[in-house]
Write a protein that binds this ligand. Sequence first.
Ligand code: UD1
Length: 339
Amino acid sequence: MKSILVTGGAGFIGSHTVVELHHAGYLPIIIDDFSNSHPKVLEGIEEIIGQAPIFYEGDCKNPIFLRSVLDQHPELEGCIHFAAFKAVGESVENPLKYYHNNIGSLANILSEMNRKEIHQLVFSSSCTVYGQPTKLPVEEGANIHSANSPYGYTKQVCEQMIRDLQSSGTPISSVILRYFNPIGAHSSGKIGELPLGTPDNLVPFITQSAAGIRGGLTIFGSDYSTPDGTCIRDYIHVVDLAKAHVSALKWTSKNPSKCEAFNIGTGEGKSVREVIDTFQKVNGIELNVKLGERRLGDVEQIYASGEKARQVLNWEPELSLADALADAWCWQQNLSLQE
Ligand code: UD1
């Protein structure tokens, strides 16, 4: 059984990936500092996989901590690095927090992987690296525009750091996954998204509005040049996204000293209005929706070309937007019951 380090393994995407790694026969070893997650996620993972995951609480910015975990697991063969901050607005207000954490942590991880001769890496990147693409669906070879936020810039720098290391002759095989909009939850309802405070993202805002935690839902802008005037994104079910990490890991084991970036989306753009309508229809709930101003920094539309991931990683999404919105609502209801 191959052991894989999963930094940020208690987070939204990390926890679902831990479950899929387990199902695929890997042994995930989790690091998380709970800065944007909660210890009860580990209980949810345990309920799904039937055993407590191996877990270390700590911060990847701390090289001594990281070193001690890796020294305890000489059997580690790869790393999936999620641990990073991701709030665009906060990164504008507090850029150093993002530079220290997102860039510092990856530098530490790469140094430690090098020291321990661990050669397989899957890195969590974002479609934010493209900005507003000139051609849709966006392909991996599209121009990388200057970033709209310090958060976006950290993802660009991290991607470059991995490429530079690989070009230097270090025997690392890496996959950069550029996520589009991950939504949904595990179908068991035992793990899902746990936003701290007021959510920034659309789907947690919808589920919290449906649960009565938030008053109404505001659509940020209805005068875009799109068929219904609202922004278009590519919403990918988090379980499909988690499975993409398993496919990526397999690719790294067969392609030594290579580095490739892949879009992970559905290939289909859905508008904010369509997401809201689908949520209402699939869950039989009426939301209190109003139209508001555009949100600063939003791109009008972006959706992925999934061709490269399908051909090279042999991965494609299996779940629909309706599946994701039903699972997100089931998760929200379970959360509300626990509170
Ligand atoms: C955002 C980030 C992206 C990051 C991702 C992490 C920005 C500009 N982009 O993506 O870099 O990788 O989160 O998950 O912040 N919306 C509403 N009402 C709401 C909330 C959102 O209408 O209450 C709209 C937004 O304007 C947008 C769409 O819903 O058009 C999706 O928004 P969101 O879920 O925040 O994701 P992104 O902005 O695409």
